[in-house]
Design a protein around this ligand. Structure first.
Ligand SMILES: *Cc1c(COP(=O)(O)O)cnc(C)c1O
Length: 368
């Protein structure tokens, strides 16, 4: 591909000396689980968000699962999650023993629709998972108000939204707890699996620290059953180096997104991503909508441009949730998006000329 969807090597090369040194330090200390580097990263990440507690984990999926377990979610409970999005935001609910209840998203911003959420909440609803999809903040103030009124927990899935803001609140600081992923392609990516949880609640923080480490804070102190989901020392050291550049990388993503938008404007067959008024967008992904999606994708591939579909099937329509017997009429926005959405290449090191080349190929397709 002339223009791959993402190129992680460029970022490593730009920081090679710093990252190699951080890795060498861990190898020299020869402590690979826990240790200073993990504590340092947790502290840095928490202070960036001005939140007292950061609990590092093995990955973003575990972060969500650990939050649900710490909140006492169990069999008989319902947890609401968006119908349009990715598997982790739903599967963790069943994994915790509860029932996932899907809610449609808003057609402009692709995040939970507060009005539809109100229709889904009932006495069994113990939590709502707000996903900041593609880097667009969910309407946190509206969702928080609904959750507070209904006495249900608001959990934030920030895996695609590192430092996104909504009405002057950073995503990840409004809900009772929030899950982050540092999967390599995320806005802050490790060199393998990694994740963390943020919370302001001291009691919950301690419980989550136990849950990620067999129920123990220190060796043999198993106050409860947990699991093994710790952040590797090597990944923590790498993340501490990369964290310094997160804001700069987000700024580069936003600039490239604006560049795409300026070049793709006035193509009637395309819907460009919008930013919710009062919010920022961290452009983890740049997704357009078009009725010509599949043919355009193929045309772009022939032009050497790699694109990806996030996501080709709404969650209720996947085989994994067939037993819930949903039809497309239950989630009309999701049913529409799954056939129209297309993600264009976007990463901080992408050149403006590459963006122009992608945009030009798209123009050519619609001129045919
Ligand atoms: C990536 C992602 C996750 C899961 O993170 P992993 O680290 O891959 O387990 C959860 N939710 C969303 C929205 C994601 O994009």
């Amino acid at each position: 591909m002339d223009i791959p969807f993402v190129n992680l090597r460029l970022q490593y090369e730009s920081l090679r000396a710093e990252i190699d040194e951080a890795i060498q330090n861990v190898l020299h200390e020869a402590r690979f689980i826990g240790g200073g580097a993990v504590k340092v990263f947790e502290k840095q990440f928490a202070s960036l968000f001005d939140v007292p507690h950061c609990i590092s984990t093995g990955n973003g999926t575990d972060s969500l699962f650990i939050i649900l377990k710490a909140l006492g979610i169990q069999a008989g409970d319902e947890v609401i999650t968006p119908a349009f999005g990715c598997m982790p935001s739903a599967e963790v609910i069943s994994l915790a023993g509860a029932k996932p209840v899907f809610c449609d998203v808003d057609p402009e911003f692709y995040t939970l629709d507060p009005e539809k959420l109100l229709e889904k909440i009932n006495a069994k609803t113990k939590a709502v998972i707000a996903v900041h999809l593609y880097g667009q903040a969910a309407p946190l103030q509206a969702l928080k108000k609904i959750c507070d009124d209904k006495k249900t927990f608001l959990i934030e899935d920030c895996a695609q939204a590192h430092l996104t803001q909504e009405n002057n609140h950073i995503a990840g600081t409004v809900g009772i707890a929030s899950a982050f992923s540092f999967y390599p392609t995320k806005n802050l990516g490790a060199f393998g699996d990694a994740g963390c949880i943020l919370t302001r609640d001291l009691h919950l923080a301690e419980k989550m620290r136990r849950l990620r480490n067999h129920g123990a804070l220190v060796k043999d102190d198993h106050e409860l059953e947990g699991t093994n989901s710790r952040l590797d020392t090597l990944q923590a050291a790498i993340l501490s180096v990369k964290l310094k550049y997160l804001t700069q990388w987000n700024t580069a993503r936003v600039a490239l997104a604006q560049h795409y938008k300026s070049l793709l404007i006035n193509i009637p067959e395309i819907v460009l991503p919008k930013e919710r008024p009062g919010s920022t967008h961290s452009f983890h992904l740049f997704c357009i909508q078009t009725a010509h999606r599949d043919l355009l994708k193929k045309y772009l591939a022939d032009c050497g441009v790699e694109t990806i579909i996030h996501y080709p099937k709404g969650l209720p329509f996947t085989p994994a949730y067939q037993h819930l017997n949903h039809s497309e009429a239950d989630f009309p926005v999701t049913a529409h998006l799954q056939n129209h959405i297309l993600s264009l290449p976007l990463y901080p090191e992408l050149k403006a000329e590459a963006v122009a080349q992608v945009a030009e190929s798209i123009r050519q397709y619609f001129k045919k």
